[in-house]
Design a protein around this ligand. Structure first.
Ligand SMILES: Nc1ncnc2c1ncn2[C@@H]1O[C@H](COP(=O)(O)OP(=O)(O)OP(=O)(O)O)[C@@H](O)[C@H]1O
Length: 574
C-alpha cells in the first residue's frame, strides 16, 4: 500500500507544470492538450528536466510500463498526429522503424463479422445535395468493378454495401468531388478506396519503382498515425493482387524509412500531414500526377489544428488545382463552419452526402451519462471496470498526463491496462494498441489521439472518464464501439463543475439516437444557455442539408428542401 500511495502521490505531484493549486485539487482541465509536440520538441530533458523514470511491469496489476516521451512544456501547434520533421528539428533523431505488417493473405484479409444491426443501415435516411448526382447503387456488382477488386471485396467479407458506400461509390466513379458524412463504423474507408482503385485499374498508373521520382496518383491524409496506418492496411487489402502499391508514412518513425518505402513505388500515399509536408519539402515525391486527394476525418483536417498544413499542401508546386483533381472528404461529423472551409478544396459542384443525422451518434451504441464529480471518478471507474471484466474497454481522458496516471492507477487495482497518447513514443503507442487489440490489456486509457477512426474488433465499451470539450469529439469517441452493425456501450462521467456547456448538445445527440435522456441532464441543458445553440432537444428525421442553402436538395424520401422542414437550424449546434 505504501508503494501504491507513493506512486499515486509521485504521479500526481509529477505534474509540476501545473500550478500548486491544481496539484492539490487533483487535475485541472487545462493540463496538456493533445497536440503532440513537434518532433523537434522531443528533447532529452523535456518537461521534467530528465526523462520520467521508467515504471517497470506491464499490465499485470503490479505497475505500469510507461516511458512517456519527454513532455515539452510548450505544446507546439503541430498536429496531434505528429511533430514535423522539418529542418529545425533540434531533438534527438527519430530512429523507430515500425515492423512490417504480416504479408500472408489470412492476415491481410483478417476482418471481424458484421453485427446483428448491419441490415438496419438500410433504414437510415440518406440525403444527397448538389446537382446531377448519379444514382446510388444497391450492390457491389452494380459498381462494375474489376474481377480482382471483387475478389478482394469478397475475401474481406463484404457482401452488402453500407449506405455511405451505395451513394459515394457511383459519385466517385463519376469523377465528382464529394463531402460525405456518415455515422462512425459505417464503412467510409471502403467508400473512397474502392472507387479510387477502380479508376486506377482502368486508367492505368504511372508511378513505379523503376521511376527516379515517385509521383503518387492518390494522396490520403488523416489526423493520427494509427488511423493513417489503418487506412493504409485497408488500401493494401483492396489492392492485393493488383499493380497498385500503397505506402504509409507518418511521424515518430525514421524519416529514412519513410523515404525507402516510397522509392519502392508509390501509387497511393497514406500520410499524416507533418511527415507528408517533410517528404514534399525534401522533393522525395512529385505531385503532378495526383488525381485523388482524400481527407479522412475531414472536419478535423480542416480545423485550426491541421487547416494550415492542408492549405500548404494544395498550394505546393505541382499539385493539381481543385479543377484538375478529384477531392473527397469523409467524416462522421461536419460542423457548418468547416463545411464552408471545405469549399476552398472542392470544386463548386461537389456533392454532399449525409447518411442520417450529420454529426449524429451511431444508434448501435447504448449511451449512459452519469453525474460524477472529479473526486469520485476513479472509484466509479474501478467499479464499472470490475463489472465489465475482460471485455475490451477504451477509457478517454482529457490530458496526456492523466492518461498515464489513470493507467498506472488501474494497474495498481490489478486491472490490466495500457495507454496511448501523444507524449508516448511511437513504438510504445503501437505496442499499446497491439496489446489492446490482442486482449493482453483489455483496457486502453487514451486521449483524443485515439478518438477518431480507429477500428478495433470487440471494443464493447467506451468510458468517457473526462467528457471532451466538443460534442463532435464525443460522437467520435463513443463510435469506437458499436461498429459495422455490432452493438456497444458508452458510459460518460458528467462533472457539473466543468461539463455544463455540453448538456444541451448531449441532450440532442442522445435524443436523436433514441437514447434515454436523464432528467438531471435535461434540467442542466435547459438552464444553461449556450450561445448559438438552437438544436431542439428532439431530433428530426431529416439528415442535415449542406450549407449551400437553396441548392437542389433531394432526400431519398423525395422531398425537395423547400418541402422538407429545413433541418439546418436543428443541426447547428453552435
Ligand atoms: N460493406 C461492408 N460489409 C462488411 N463490413 C464492412 C463493410 N464496409 C466496411 N466494413 C467494415 O466495417 C468496419 C468499419 O469500417 P470503417 O472503419 O471504414 O468505418 P468508418 O465509417 O470509417 O468509421 P469512423 O467514422 O469511425 O472512421 C471495418 O472493419 C470495415 O472493414
Amino acid at each position: 500500500v505504501g508503494s501504491r500511495n507513493f506512486l499515486l502521490t509521485f504521479l500526481e505531484s509529477s505534474n509540476d507544470c501545473e500550478d500548486n493549486q491544481t496539484r492539490n485539487r487533483g487535475f485541472s482541465k487545462r493540463g496538456d492538450s493533445e497536440y503532440e509536440q513537434d518532433e523537434g520538441m522531443q528533447r532529452a530533458g523535456g518537461l521534467f528536466g530528465s526523462r520520467r523514470p521508467t515504471l517497470s511491469g506491464a499490465g499485470n496489476g503490479d505497475t505500469y510500463q510507461n516511458r512517456s516521451g519527454s513532455g515539452s512544456g510548450r505544446d507546439s501547434w503541430k498536429s496531434e498526429a505528429e511533430g514535423g520533421e522539418s529542418g529545425d528539428t533540434q531533438g534527438p533523431k527519430v530512429t523507430y522503424i515500425p515492423p512490417p505488417p504480416p504479408e500472408d493473405e489470412d492476415s491481410i484479409f483478417a476482418h471481424y463479422q458484421t453485427g446483428i444491426n448491419f441490415d438496419k443501415y438500410d433504414t437510415i435516411l440518406v440525403e444527397v445535395s448538389g446537382h446531377d448526382a448519379p444514382p446510388a447503387i444497391l450492390t457491389f456488382e452494380e459498381a462494375n468493378l474489376c474481377q480482382t477488386l471483387n475478389n478482394n471485396i469478397a475475401k474481406a467479407g463484404y457482401t452488402k454495401l453500407t449506405p455511405v458506400q451505395k451513394y459515394s461509390i457511383p459519385i466517385i466513379l463519376a469523377g465528382r468531388d464529394l463531402m460525405a458524412c456518415a455515422q462512425t463504423g459505417s464503412g467510409k474507408t471502403a467508400a473512397f478506396l474502392l472507387p479510387i482503385l477502380a479508376h486506377m485499374m482502368c486508367d492505368g498508373i504511372t508511378a513505379s519503382r523503376f521511376k527516379d521520382l515517385q509521383e503518387p496518383e492518390c494522396i490520403i491524409v488523416a489526423p493520427t498515425r494509427e488511423l493513417i496506418n489503418q487506412i493504409y492496411l485497408e488500401a493494401r487489402k483492396f489492392s492485393f493482387g493488383t499493380c497498385v502499391r500503397a505506402v504509409v508514412i507518418y511521424g515518430g518513425t525514421q524519416l529514412g524509412h519513410s523515404i525507402r518505402q516510397i522509392v519502392q513505388g508509390c501509387n497511393i500515399l497514406c500520410a499524416t500531414p507533418g511527415r507528408l509536408m517533410d517528404i514534399i519539402g525534401k522533393e522525395k515525391i512529385g505531385l503532378r500526377q495526383v488525381k485523388y486527394l482524400v481527407l479522412d476525418e475531414a472536419d478535423r483536417m480542416l480545423d485550426m489544428g491541421f487547416g494550415p498544413e492542408m492549405r500548404k499542401l494544395i498550394s505546393c508546386p505541382g499539385m493539381p488545382s481543385k479543377e484538375q483533381r478529384q477531392t473527397l472528404m469523409f467524416s462522421a461529423t461536419f460542423p457548418e463552419e468547416i463545411q464552408k472551409l471545405a469549399g476552398e478544396f472542392l470544386k463548386s459542384d461537389y456533392l454532399f452526402v449525409a447518411v442520417g443525422q450529420v454529426g449524429g451518434a451511431c444508434r448501435d451504441v447504448q449511451q449512459t451519462i452519469l453525474q460524477v464529480g472529479q473526486y469520485s471518478k476513479r472509484e466509479k471507474l474501478v467499479e464499472i471496470l470490475r463489472n465489465i471484466g475482460d471485455e475490451r474497454t477504451m477509457v478517454f481522458v482529457e490530458t496526456k498526463k492523466k492518461a498515464d496516471f489513470i493507467a498506472t492507477f488501474l494497474c495498481q487495482e490489478k486491472i490490466s491496462t495500457t495507454s496511448i497518447h501523444g507524449d508516448r513514443e511511437q513504438r510504445e503507442r503501437e505496442q499499446a494498441l497491439g496489446d489492446f487489440r490482442c486482449g493482453k490489456c483489455p483496457v486502453l486509457v487514451a486521449t483524443s489521439v485515439a478518438a477518431r477512426g480507429l477500428d478495433i474488433e470487440n471494443v464493447q465499451h467506451v468510458i468517457n472518464f473526462d467528457l471532451p470539450s466538443t460534442i463532435d469529439e464525443y460522437v467520435h469517441r463513443i463510435g469506437r464501439t458499436g461498429r459495422c452493425g455490432n452493438t456497444g456501450r458508452a458510459i460518460s462521467f458528467f462533472d457539473p463543475e466543468s461539463d455544463n456547456h455540453l448538456a444541451q448538445p448531449l441532450v440532442k445527440v442522445l435524443s436523436d439516437a433514441q437514447q434515454d435522456v436523464p432528467a438531471w441532464l435535461e434540467e442542466i441543458a435547459f438552464s444553461t444557455y449556450v450561445p448559438g445553440f438552437s438544436g431542439s432537444a428532439r431530433g428530426n428525421v431529416f439528415a442535415s442539408v449542406d450549407t449551400r442553402k437553396g441548392k437542389n436538395t433531394l432526400n431519398t424520401a423525395g422531398f425537395s428542401s423547400s418541402q422538407a422542414p429545413n433541418p439546418v437550424d436543428d443541426e447547428s449546434w453552435d
